[in-house]
Design a protein around this ligand. Structure first.
Ligand code: 13P
Length: 249
């Protein structure tokens, strides 16, 4: 998966049965040779995963879940889904550590357990890290990212199945993206951290936070960024396709 550009759609708690069909245009695009390098991954709500899996069956689009429970075994966890259930639903990816889940209780330690549970089931992981606005204002960005990575990856051997999504929390859903030079610097720092913490030579780092068809031309200039984790703009096929087309041309 090294040379691919990732376009990961995080639908969050949006979408219903009818909206599943809206991705048909994206499936068509994924079959166009010109977009060979676009690795498209849809992460719909759990309830739509099997519909998505069926629909993308004859394409190279992959499906992911948006979170998982840390327990590797079945158990009395009402409302939760573990990696075993995700795998059996036909998904191949799972988002772990999203700030919206960190905000409701996912600690770095829990995230570490979730990553281990996902690796055990051969799921690929989209591991989200990012600082809040307060942390940024207090110049804590690097120490926050370092602890998210250090604890999150504890006792996990370097492997090729984790994509690192840098999502500054202050950028999610706000329409504000970091300045290109700042973002580039931050991604270099994250890469260095991963080389040190995880002995990773070429970590796959993607960016998420208010990515849209307007700012993509600026964001794509940062060659260290290997793709995008897209919330709002991924729910509309046209916007999502625009982002892919403008990145790969
Ligand atoms: P937005 O693209 O809506 O800002 O969401 C980003 C995000 O949280 C993706 O995981």
């Amino acid at each position: 998966m090294t040379n691919n550009m990732f376009f990961i759609a995080n639908w969050k708690m949006f979408g219903d049965l009818k909206s599943v069909n809206s991705i048909k245009k994206v499936i068509k695009l994924s079959k166009n040779k010109k977009f060979n390098k676009a690795q498209i991954i849809y992460c719909p709500p759990y309830t739509l995963i099997s519909n998505f899996v069926k629909l993308v069956k004859n394409s190279k689009i992959k499906i992911g879940a948006q979170n998982c429970h840390q327990s590797q075994n079945p158990g009395p966890f009402t409302g939760s889904i573990n990696t075993e259930l995700i795998k059996s639903s036909g998904a191949n990816y799972v988002i772990i550590g999203h700030s919206e889940n960190r905000a409701t209780g996912d600690t770095n330690h829990i995230i570490n357990l979730k990553i281990k549970a996902a690796l055990k089931k051969n799921l690929k992981i989209i591991f989200c890290i990012g600082e809040t606005l307060i942390q940024k204002k207090r110049n804590k960005t690097n120490s926050i990212l370092k602890s998210q990575l250090t604890v999150g990856l504890k006792n996990i051997k370097n492997n090729n199945n984790i994509i690192f999504a840098y999502e500054p929390v202050w950028s999610i859903g706000t329409g504000i993206i970091p300045k290109t030079t700042n973002l580039e610097k931050q991604v270099i720092i994250i890469k260095k951290m991963l080389m040190k913490i995880w002995k990773s030579k070429d970590p796959k780092i993607i960016y998420g936070g208010s990515v849209n068809s307007k700012n993509i031309s600026e964001l794509k200039k940062i060659t260290l960024i290997k793709g995008f984790l897209i919330g709002g703009a991924s729910q509309n096929a046209k916007n999502f396709i625009d982002i892919i087309k403008k990145t790969i041309n």
